[in-house]
Design a binder for this molecule. Structure first.
Ligand SMILES: [Zn+2]
Length: 60
């Protein structure tokens, strides 16, 4: 078992799987990725329900 992160790019809409944190889309280099699953980078008090903080910490 390994930590797998799933991101979705808001620019091209592709779903990207990675075993490490990504800061930009490998397809179009968009820097806005939605963290859909995987270990969270930081703990966030919202519990993953995407509060305003999640935009910057990518916990959602
Ligand atoms: Zn993209």
């Amino acid at each position: 078992m390994f930590a797998l992160h799933v991101y979705r790019c808001v620019e091209c809409g592709r779903r990207i799987q990675s075993d490490k944190h990504l800061s930009s889309c490998p397809h179009c280099r968009c820097k806005v990725l939605i963290h859909e699953s995987g270990e969270r980078r930081k703990s966030c008090s919202c519990g993953g329900s995407r509060c305003g903080t999640c935009g910057s910490c990518s916990c959602g």
